[in-house]
Design a binder for this molecule. Structure first.
Ligand code: C2E
Ligand code: MG
Ligand code: MG
Ligand code: MG
Length: 292
């Protein structure tokens, strides 16, 4: 009896696994098609100087809108793109598109504006990563000093020697580096000090906590102090209300990004937003018109 149940259990297990894999493969094909058919685009979320509330730059965030009008969250499809290898091509496209947007904004007169681009581990590890980066800079004529690459803290933990060398090369090209989702990984201080990074991005989870617990505030505070010690700038992500912004500003956090200031928006809206920015955050808290 036990054996039958075991077998039945085993059958059930592999059956549901099969479905999961089939779902993934389906999504892989759909993503490939969406990419080829131009259904992917970038949304840009402004980052502001916390002291002056002036825009400093924007993070490029990938969006996938399917034919039925619904959006698939990047947290779902990025891993599929990594799994299938599409991330290499897709990541290059993201970089190129963001660079072109940077150039366009510069022609509109936004000469101090930075664009941040997320780079996944698979991209970063790809043997041609640096070649691709150079090629995109050459093709688009985007100034490297206004481009920041965001890598995650967990990525920073693997293969320290390789990472350190690649970051060095990226810095040589003139780009900046931010560590995204900071506080969720386990980088040691010692190690962090040796990496060629410029900014730490406090993970949204810790920003979220600062208003309702002193413990949370101390994590954000720790990151800000760490930034000061290591001479790294700190940006807070996921700032949703004025209290959070005030606490972060008091702690000495340089910049922030979040729904309080602006939702991610299509490129066409960004220039418009920038025209009106600096007049107060309240004007810019409409819902993300392209993805929610
Ligand atoms: P991330 O890089 O940490 O991006 C920040 C995420 O927080 C974005 O989610 C953004 O829309 C969201 N966010 C910003 N402010 C707020 C806020 O005030 N409240 C809340 N609740 N959320 C806020 P999104 O666009 O869904 O992206 C999720 C993740 O997908 C990103 O996290 C990033 O890891 C990944 N991703 C997005 N675009 C790309 C890309 O082009 N390449 C790669 N490799 N990864 C990407
Ligand atoms: Mg990011
Ligand atoms: Mg982040
Ligand atoms: Mg995050």
């Amino acid at each position: 009896r036990a054996k039958v149940q075991q077998r039945a259990g085993h059958f059930y297990f592999s059956h549901s696994m099969g479905i999961e894999i089939r779902e993934r493969v389906k999504m892989m094909h759909a993503l490939r098609r969406a990419f080829d058919e131009g259904q992917l685009f970038l949304a840009y979320q402004p980052q502001i100087d916390l002291a002056t509330r002036r825009p400093m730059g924007a993070e490029a965030l990938l969006r996938w809108q399917t034919e039925d009008g619904n959006f698939v969250a990047p947290d779902r499809f990025i891993s599929i793109a990594e799994y299938s290898g599409l991330i290499i091509e897709l990541g290059e496209w993201v970089l190129r598109t963001a660079c072109l947007e940077l150039v366009r904004l510069r022609t509109l007169g936004y000469l101090d504006f930075m664009i941040s681009v997320n780079v996944s581990q698979a991209q970063f590890r790809h043997p041609r990563f640096l070649d691709i980066l150079r090629q995109v800079l050459t093709d688009t004529q985007a100034p490297a000093e206004f481009i920041e690459l965001e890598i995650t803290e967990s990525m920073a933990m693997e293969e320290p020697a390789f990472l350190s060398e690649t970051l060095h090369q990226v810095k040589q090209l003139g780009l900046s580096i931010a560590i995204d989702d900071f506080g969720t990984g386990f980088s040691s201080l010692n190690y962090l000090q040796q990496l060629h990074v410029d900014r730490l991005k406090i993970d949204r989870a810790f920003v979220n906590e600062i208003t309702d617990s002193s413990r949370g505030s101390s994590i954000a505070e720790m990151v800000i102090q760490l930034g000061r010690k290591l001479d790294l700038s700190v940006v807070a992500e996921g700032v949703e209300d004025e209290r959070q912004a005030a606490i972060l500003a008091n702690l000495g956090c340089a910049s922030a990004q979040g729904f309080l200031f602006a939702r991610p928006m299509a490129a066409a809206q960004l220039a418009d937003w920038l025209k009106h920015a600096g007049l107060g955050a309240a004007l810019h808290t409409q819902s993300e018109s392209i993805s929610e």
